[in-house]
Design a protein around this ligand. Structure first.
Ligand code: DGL
Length: 278
């Protein structure tokens, strides 16, 4: 039985949004895992970064974007941004939850953590995400035995956007600065709670070594999206060439720098189109 007011078509796009182009790490995982699906990506570059905005401002942006994705007929909305997932998911559910499935990047990752045998979880994210205490709060409900140590890494996303992670010595020094913290001394699990961090996952793995299991919101979210669509009978069927519709990538502000960075995150050619929300 469909719980939504309107039954979307399986061929409708999956809406994915983020504060910028970092959320393309999540979009990429979905596109690779579910190649028949068409994505409608919205990057809110005009309001980037969300990481040090107020919760109220982020909720306002998230509401406008979700309303837009619904007006475009999306069958699901994925909040690829960790900061928006942390502070806007509940209010988006309240406002739009009877119209469309909404997926955040927090809960599926925490469910995976809860099923693991981790006892002390470290986490890095934007200042707004860590201040929300959403990760520790939600994990305490499903796995209260797991201790959580969170730390804000305010510049790490922009360092990656700038491409500084390509310099091995620089990224090692930056990770030493952020991660050599007594907080993380005896962790056995670690969450990369920001869209950008999967790009340097191997460097973080090197930093902590084999004793620390890493969790991020790429493949885990793709699996969650698949499961939810399957349950709702909304998985797209195999693409026939004539009906192929390419992914669309919209941004609320367009610059050549973001055009270049987008390809780093999506791993292949992306054409960003400027789209201003009403
Ligand atoms: N997309 C944001 C996140 O995942 C990082 C960039 C920003 O601060 O907007 O938290």
């Amino acid at each position: 039985m469909n719980k939504f007011q309107h039954q979307p078509s399986p061929s409708a796009p999956i809406g994915v949004f983020d504060s910028g182009v970092g959320g393309l790490t999540v979009a990429r995982a979905i596109a690779e895992h579910l190649p028949n699906e068409q994505l409608l990506y919205f990057g809110d570059i005009a309001h980037l970064p969300y990481g040090d905005k107020s919760s109220e401002a982020i909720r306002g942006y998230a509401h406008s974007i979700t309303a837009f994705l619904l007006s475009e007929g999306c069958k699901m909305v994925v909040i690829a941004c960790h900061t928006a997932s942390a502070v806007a998911y509940d209010s988006l559910q309240e406002r739009f939850g009877d119209q469309v499935m909404i997926v955040n990047v927090t809960d599926p990752v925490l469910a995976t953590v809860a099923r693991s045998n981790i006892s002390h979880l470290g986490l890095i994210a934007t200042p707004r995400t860590t201040r929300s205490e959403v990760y520790s709060g939600r994990l305490s409900l499903i796995a209260p035995h797991i201790k959580v140590s969170e730390k804000a890494t305010p510049s790490l996303a922009s360092i990656i956007e700038e491409g500084m992670h390509r310099d091995e010595a620089a990224i090692k020094a930056i990770l030493t600065y952020y991660l050599n913290d007594p907080l993380f001394e005896d962790i056995d699990g670690f969450v990369l709670a920001c869209t950008h961090y999967p790009i340097i996952r191997h460097r973080i793995a090197e930093h902590f070594g084999a004793g620390v299991r890493l969790f991020d919101a790429t493949h885990t979210i793709a699996l969650e999206v698949e499961e939810l669509l399957k349950t709702a009978n909304l998985l797209a069927s195999a693409i026939v060439e004539e009906s192929y519709v390419p992914h669309r990538f919209l941004v609320s502000d367009h610059t050549t720098t973001f055009q270049e960075t987008a390809e780093l995150f999506f791993g292949r050619k992306v054409v960003l189109q400027h789209h201003v929300l009403d």
